[in-house]
Unconditional design. Structure first.
Length: 467
């Protein structure tokens, strides 16, 4: 099937996973600079084993990378702006001009090739100073600091950037309070009260960013971004159905507030049962009424859940506890269950609930790739497994479009290999473009086109007909 004429095909990256140059041109430290071991360990100072410090050297090579994206025919490129490049400690009076100049160049490079920039304002890279001084989003003062940062970006890029996302995977704060919410209190010690208060601060900050975006950039589209934790009941036992309903609320609550402008009815019960008494001001309630223009989400896999913790085989997912294997799904090398139809299902669920345009801003397969030499002496990766994964998922996107779902676009995650978020390694690769860099940080950084490069190029050129 041909996708809608204006469908935005593209790819996605995040500053902390690709830029490197962690201390160049006035950049302050971000929480990622002290997080070498994925979600788990925080170091006192940046350490040499932290691959994110030099990333894939995109900071110095972005022109080459964007040229390769152009060659694939990207219509859109999603990237994040590192808050700590713009406000190194989050609290400066004036933004760091050198940081802004870098993103001027990135954006201009996109526009030069007719690629629409899609900017994530905060992608797991809060300035470290804000984590240390305020315990991150646990403190209400982060709202104003974030809005100030947004204002700087909106004023600078209002004529150039139409699509914005306020927070990457905003609901992941439930699972990863430090990485997602810059909260230093260890997860095990964090009370539900403090966690939900931090969530509230992010939701208000997001709504205020939406308000400001609408004031300063009437043409802009600003969206929320949700980690789609798609869950099926392990059995038809009604207990399992109810368990899934409850678990889904961990995800939906975030989108419900950002799309509907107020807390959903079921939030009251969550708060009561967990002894949560949020500090919500009247102004907060007013601010929350500024609702997003679209709903974006990441989708990689689906899981099952059971009301009985002894039933089913745990997935070992590092994101959410209590999730179970689906006997009908294959798994990736990293144990993520592969379920293309789950994407159609997720699109339909979101669309039924919100009737807002949807944007799939992350999807892809993390795999170990092997660079091989071809007969003509050039190098490539024969990543048929990735082609299969993406082809199957995109067919389900086309099914959802036939179902009537309004899908704005699709940005493949890690369109160029970058440092993995959960493992902090280079071994887990997603790209159409291979980067010569290993887990020890050794390599030429040279870029090579994988087999999937030409495959995706063709998908875009035929507007999905080749799937
Ligand atoms: C999402 C994040 C990304 C990304 C992706 C893949 O949760 O938004 O930053 O990395 O997951 O995850 P990983 O790199 O752990 O395989």
């Amino acid at each position: 099937m041909r996708f809608p004429e204006k469908f935005l095909w593209g790819g996605a990256t995040a500053a902390n996973q690709c830029e490197g140059a962690y201390n160049e041109d006035g950049k302050g430290l971000s929480i990622q600079d002290v997080l070498p071991k994925g979600f788990k360990l925080i170091t006192d100072e940046p350490t040499a084993d932290n691959l994110k410090l030099k990333g894939i050297d995109y900071y110095h090579r972005f022109k080459e990378d964007i040229r390769l994206f152009t060659e694939m025919g990207f219509k859109v490129y999603r990237f994040s702006i590192a808050w700590s490049r713009i406000y190194p400690t989050g609290e400066e009076e004036q933004p760091n001009e050198a940081g802004l100049r870098f993103y001027d160049e990135v954006i201009d490079e996109c526009l030069k090739y007719g690629i629409e920039p899609l900017v994530t304002i905060s992608h797991y890279e809060t300035p470290l100073a804000l984590a240390k001084k305020y315990n991150g989003w646990a403190d209400r003062r982060l709202i104003d600091l974030y809005v100030k940062y947004c204002r700087t970006l909106f004023e600078r890029y209002k004529k150039k950037v139409k699509y914005w996302i306020t927070f990457n995977e905003i609901n992941s704060i439930i699972h990863q309070p430090f990485m997602s919410g810059a909260i230093l209190t260890p997860k095990e010690q964090l009370t539900q009260q403090d966690l939900y208060q931090a969530i509230h601060h992010e939701l208000v900050a997001s709504a205020r960013a939406v308000k400001l975006a609408h004031e300063l950039m009437p043409q802009a589209m600003i969206g929320c971004m949700i980690l789609a934790v798609t869950i099926y009941p392990l059995t038809p036992n009604p207990d399992d159905i109810i368990e899934v309903m409850k678990l889904e609320r961990n995800t939906y609550l975030f989108a419900d507030v950002q799309v509907r402008g107020e807390y959903p009815a079921y939030a009251k019960r969550i708060f009561e049962e967990n002894n949560i008494h949020l500090n919500i001001t009247n102004q907060d309630k007013e601010d929350l009424k500024n609702v997003v223009d679209f709903v974006s989400f990441s989708y990689y896999s689906s899981n099952c859940a059971s009301a009985d913790p002894t039933k089913g085989e745990p997935t070992g997912s590092n994101m959410t506890t209590n999730l179970k294997r689906n006997p009908y799904s294959k798994v990736s090398e990293w144990g993520w269950q592969i379920d293309p139809q789950g994407l159609r299902y997720t699109l339909n669920r979101f669309y039924d609930r919100y009737q807002k345009p949807l944007f799939i801003v992350e999807n892809g397969l993390g795999a170990t790739d092997e660079l091989i030499m071809q007969a003509d002496g050039s190098y490539t990766v024969e990543d048929d497994y990735r082609i299969q994964y993406m082809n199957d998922h995109l067919i389900q996107v086309s099914e959802a479009i036939k179902d009537g779902v309004d899908v704005l676009g699709y940005t493949a995650w890690g369109c160029i290999d970058l440092v993995s978020c959960s493992t902090a390694e280079m071994k887990k690769r997603y790209g159409f473009i291979y980067v010569d860099l290993d887990n020890d940080g050794i390599g030429s950084m040279q870029r090579y086109k994988k087999k999937s490069f030409d495959w995706y190029k063709n998908v875009i050129a035929t507007n999905g007909e080749s799937l």
